[in-house]
Design a protein around this ligand. Structure first.
Ligand code: ADP
Ligand code: GLC
Length: 480
């Protein structure tokens, strides 16, 4: 059994902007169930409310080069997992997590370099990890600090590192001037280290210097080795293919099951589905849609509004989609000004079809659950999808998904439980939606489809075992 320190920028329920938080909120507890000891290091953002937490370390010395950052550590133990919060108000006590008013914070490289550098001090002083498991670019500098800045420090000599890519589309790329601010000299600005087309790429540091690399589905592990999905790092990923692993995310069914979900107006199960109708009714009410939509299939969308998620397909086909007898229930928001046009798209659709398009722009966990439960069909036409959790939730809530055959969507959805199309094109997407609508018309067949999806088991146990095996095998991998 291993002592594992995870490092990441979000974890549910403390702070969440996407599926990364769901993973960090549930994989650690699944590992504890299997006998591992797990701590998770996160920034203490303004929105993190620690009920029952306590300060366990004052004045942790965190230096980036010759610049000190004053930080302390708070701990909250839940389900046997020690969540450690790095308290550095100058960096984390702000309105947003990554951005404010649609603009990334200009010092994000420093904010997350401090998180990564602090992980080494946590290992030295608080939690003697054997394995450090880092997630996404915000935690990518842990391995470079360990292997380069502290390469000869015996404290870290026996520690193995795993870097998991949750989304290769976000790499943390900064101007070369960032290099000295994160505590490295020009020797790291080479193609074999952090350099990327003249800039500094933090995720690249994780990919180069970690002992092994993971991602969140087997299909995505293959896709990222191709130019189409590699975002410029496919060559590097091909060169490290021998230590690249794809392990599917699991679901926390304690939070995401219609039998127990406390955010719903009624609970239900595969054997007793009446509650799902009550959820549909409430969903229509919350979105201000007339009750006549009870007789139509409601198509649900819960998503970050970004090109990754297939919104240009939806934009291109919206008129044909709404020429069908359907209603839309949409929740999401754009994280950046560049993608604000997706918000406009849905606002325009709502204005054009006020009786059939329900929209909430923003982040709303309760409504996310209500859409999973109250919609009839869930849409995820992603251009790429490392794993995707919403399609797994939708299966459990009896809301068969329409997905594109990419990444984790490809690995988890088949025709027994949903609808899958191959090419990223409007006609193929529309054909899949029409297939779903036709199937919806056959009540008995539809009930069977729902029940098969509800019976699928994507709980964490199996994936946590795969992580346990990988942690054991890390010992035999060459040093990153
Ligand atoms: P990604 O991490 O790429 O955004 P996932 O499908 O892995 O996609 O996970 C998204 C998670 O974020 C799900 O738990 C989903 O319910 C949640 N989510 C996404 N958008 C919103 C929103 N606007 N309000 C509430 N929850 C959201
Ligand atoms: C990323 C991916 C998503 C994945 C999530 C958790 O945000 O976009 O597909 O499910 O991370 O791994």
């Amino acid at each position: 059994m291993a002592r594992i320190l995870m490092v990441a920028s979000e974890a549910a329920p403390f702070v969440k902007t996407g599926g990364l938080a769901d993973v960090l909120g549930s994989l650690p507890a699944a590992l504890v169930t299997q006998g591992h000891q797990v701590a998770v290091l996160l920034p203490k953002y303004r929105q993190v409310a620690l009920h029952g937490g306590r300060r366990i370390y004052h004045d942790l010395p965190v230096w980036l080069g010759s610049t000190p950052y004053a930080a302390s550590v708070d701990e909250l133990v839940t389900e046997g997992v020690s969540y450690l919060f790095l308290d550095c108000p100058a960096l984390y006590d702000r309105d947003g997590v990554y951005s404010s008013g649609g603009k990334d914070y200009p010092d994000n490289h420093i904010r997350f370099a401090v998180l990564s550098r602090a992980a080494l001090e946590v290992i030295r002083r608080i939690f003697r990890a054997q394995i450090v498991h880092c997630h996404d670019w915000q935690a990518a500098l842990v391995a470079p600090y360990m292997r380069v800045s502290f390469g000869s420090d015996p404290t870290f000599a026996g520690i193995r590192t795993l870097f998991t890519i949750h989304n290769l589309g976000y790499q943390g790329v900064f101007a070369p001037s960032a290099l000295s601010q994160i505590g490295f000299d020009r020797s790291m600005l080479t193609p074999s280290a952090l350099e990327f087309w003249g800039d500094v790429n933090l995720m690249k540091g994780g990919l180069v210097f970690s002992d092994a690399i993971g991602t969140v589905s087997p299909t995505y592990a293959q896709e990222i080795q191709t130019p189409e999905f590699g975002f410029g790092l496919d060559g590097l990923l091909r060169s490290r293919a021998g230590v690249l692993n794809g392990i599917l995310n699991g679901v926390d069914y304690g939070a995401w099951s219609p039998e127990v979900d406390r955010l719903l107006p009624a609970n239900y199960s595969a054997d007793s589905l009446e509650g799902k109708l009550a959820c549909k009714r409430r969903l229509l009410e919350e979105l201000g849609l007339p009750a006549e939509n009870m007789d139509r299939p409601v198509l649900g969308i819960v998503s970050r509004f970004t090109a990754q998620k297939g919104f240009d397909l939806i934009a291109g086909t919206a008129a044909e989609l709404l020429s069908e007898d359907v209603a839309l229930a949409v929740l999401g928001s754009s994280a950046s000004q560049d993608e604000a046009h997706f918000e406009q798209l849905f606002q325009d659709l709502k204005a054009a079809y006020p009786e059939r398009v329900g929209l909430k722009i923003g982040y709303d966990n309760g409504l996310a659950h209500l859409i999973e439960a109250g919609a009839d069909i869930f849409l995820m036409p992603s251009r790429y999808e490392p794993c995707g959790l919403n399609q797994l939730y939708s299966l459990r809530y009896g809301t068969p998904p329409v997905v594109r055959a990419t990444g984790g969507l490809n690995d988890t959805i088949d025709e027994a439980v949903g609808f899958k199309f191959q090419g990223y094109s409007g006609p193929e997407f529309l054909a899949a939606v029409r297939g779903a609508l036709e199937a919806f018309g056959d009540r008995d067949g539809w009930l069977e489809l729902m029940r098969k999806g509800m019976a699928r088991d994507y709980s964490w146990a199996a994936s946590a075992r795969l992580y346990g095996d990988l942690y054991r095998r890390l010992e035999s991998f060459p040093r990153g």
